[in-house]
Design a protein around this ligand. Sequence first.
Ligand SMILES: Cc1ncc(COP(=O)(O)O)c(C=O)c1O
Length: 384
Amino acid sequence: MSYLFPTYQRWEIEPEKAEGTMIFGKDGRQYLDFTSGIGVSNLGHRPKEVEQAIKTQLELFWHVSNLFPQSIQEEAAEKLAEASGLDCVFFANSGAEANEAAIKLARKATGRPKIITFLQSFHGRTFAGMAATGQDKIKQGFGSMLETFIHLPFNDLQALENELDAETAAVMIEIVQGEGGVHVANEEFIKEAAKLCSENGVLLIVDEIQTGIGRTGKPFAFQHFGIEPDIITVAKGLGNGLPIGAAAGKAELAEFFGPGSHGSTFGGNPISTAAASAVMEIVFDKDFLQKAAENGNYLFDLLQQHLCSMDIVKEIRGLGLMAGIELTVTAQPILAEMRQAGILALPAGEKVIRLLPPLNVTREEIEKAVHILKGTLRKHVITA
Ligand SMILES: Cc1ncc(COP(=O)(O)O)c(C=O)c1O
């Protein structure tokens, strides 16, 4: 019997230790982790530079409150601002909280009520995050939703043009819809959407919670398309496992987030910001990102080469080290068999297998994962 609410269907493996790309189970077995803790451990488990930064801060102070200036917050905020081209950062504790901050800021700065998001999107489990999310299953049983949000088909420019009006505060979008099935935004759509937003005084919020911090081979996924969002939200990979989220925005938004307008007791916690600063120091390095992008290309080449011709595989999608393999069958039993064979991967929706390896994964590890995935899928073709 568990004392935890059964909100998660937990796997059969209990981790004892984790290091780099590996999780060591209490069952005595080793698992190659292509989940990165659901897109979090972008540098693998317990990278030594991040561990050292945490230890250093642990010996200084753990929490003093946001009444104090804290240079570790400034340091992390500066790195986030510089890499994103934005100016001001609000630190929260999670992705959903980062989105809450972005939504509140957009509403306050524009004085407008409506926020446009997209079908199949995922923006978190708080009331605003849930209402923003374009998936009914996330909302079931929770009653009426905030009316702020309108959900449009992803990549549909005409629908966006029709909906955007003087009541619209913001458009909030994922460049790659992660939880919704690894759907990549169309370049023309994103560029035109950004243009439409700026022509209409509508803020563009890019939810980079899963795609940010190098996941797609650039610091942030919006940078593939040369657009300039007004606000981005980040979490997951930012602390490489320590809880932290952030909303970063343009300088002109600062006046709307003055003292008392928004806050969080733990937001910008010094241990988490120390981890985030160390993470960004590594991930935003040009050579590191180049290598991550090459790893992503290698993964896609292998997936195409080995899986494309299988009947069970409908489509292979993604960007950088964010890959989705859409199947013609339910993904869960295949994922369970992959775990038995020593590789951990994720679902994204019912029929998509999602691979989110750490950015510093090796070619041998990619080869091993694709080999096991192929072998497992093959068995299903035969037995189906
Ligand atoms: C795109 C996106 N936005 C928001 C969230 C919510 O983040 P968190 O679970 O940290 O609240 C997630 C989490 O999966 C996400 O992928």
